[in-house]
Design a protein around this ligand. Structure first.
Ligand code: AMP
Length: 280
């Protein structure tokens, strides 16, 4: 496994492999890797001749300076995990390498980038589109892998590659969870032991709510989820929306879509956790 910091160096490695018709897969990450990330890496290794994993804490997608400053950075441990997962190249550029000039691009990706996380974290998806488009231009992967944990992000990436005509196949990988249901996240390490005990309430409540479908209405299911989670004084739902998984349009009735997905954000103490569930 090679650890590469320079764009030109990575490009010249990959150019040679592509000359030999090797397929290239990319897994973009911000590091602090856990089994959720590694599930994407395993798929990438299995489905491509060459696996590239980027580890880059992208400043342009953080709308909270404190969140950026305190984001965990564990490159050495990440590289050890990636090596044993069979990754071929770790791309770990500096901020200057990725942004030699300020990235002034403004993406207009429509509704999928404007609702839910788009509304609550202004600029976040624009920053994601900036960094992921740069990674796609640098690596020119055949395949790229993203986790359904960030369900809306996948829709945004799909809209971006369509708009920019980037020839990459986007693959969505299922959420990896702890035994108690909590979705793995680099931010889970910020939970105090008491909050860590409480956090599985999110996933448990989402799962329980699927048993009420289709007897209860969409609104009744939303109310159930919000009320149950908010009944814990340390938890506060920021939003819970049940949407069409393709368009991210809110649904009013179960008949509105074949692909209903509930997307939630909850403050667990100070820690902002996201999760989602499919209802069909
Ligand atoms: P991040 O480093 O948080 O930007 O995540 C990098 C990639 O890993 C994204 O595509 C995430 O959706 C994915 N990911 C993060 N957590 C999980 C998880 N628990 N299960 C599956 N994929 C995940």
């Amino acid at each position: 496994m090679e650890i590469v910091n320079s764009i030109n160096e990575l490009k010249s490695y990959l150019a040679e492999l592509k000359r030999d018709n090797k397929t290239v897969g990319l897994v973009p990450t911000m590091g602090a890797l856990h089994d959720g990330h590694l599930s994407l890496v395993h798929r990438c290794v299995n489905e491509n001749d060459v696996c590239v994993v980027s580890v880059f804490v992208n400043p342009t997608q953080f709308n909270d300076k404190h969140d950026l400053e305190t984001y965990p950075r564990t490159l050495e441990a990440d590289c050890a995990l990636l090596e044993s997962a069979g990754c071929d190249f770790v791309f770990a550029p500096s901020v200057e390498e990725m942004y030699p000039e300020p990235d002034t691009r403004v993406f207009h990706l429509g509704r999928v980038a404007e609702v839910m996380e788009g509304a609550k974290r202004p600029g976040h998806f624009n920053g994601v589109a900036q960094v992921v488009s740069k990674l796609f231009y640098i690596v020119e992967p055949d395949n790229a892998y993203f986790g359904e944990k960030d369900f809306q992000q996948i829709a945004v990436i799909r809209a971006m590659v369509k708009q920019l005509n980037i020839p990459v196949r986007i693959h969505a990988c299922p959420i990896v969870r702890e035994a108690d249901g909590l979705a793995l996240s680099s931010r889970n390490t910020r939970l105090t032991p008491e909050l860590r005990q409480k956090a599985p309430l999110i996933a448990c409540t989402l799962k329980e709510s699927t048993t009420f479908v289709p007897e209860k209405s969409v609104q009744e299911v939303i109310d159930f989820v919000v009320n149950k989670i908010n009944s814990d004084p340390d938890m506060e739902v920021e939003y819970y929306e049940i949407v069409d998984g393709n368009t991210l349009e809110s649904i009013k009735s179960w008949a509105d879509t074949d692909y209903p997905v509930g997307c939630i954000t909850v403050y667990c103490g100070e820690v902002r956790l996201i999760d989602n569930i499919k209802y069909k």
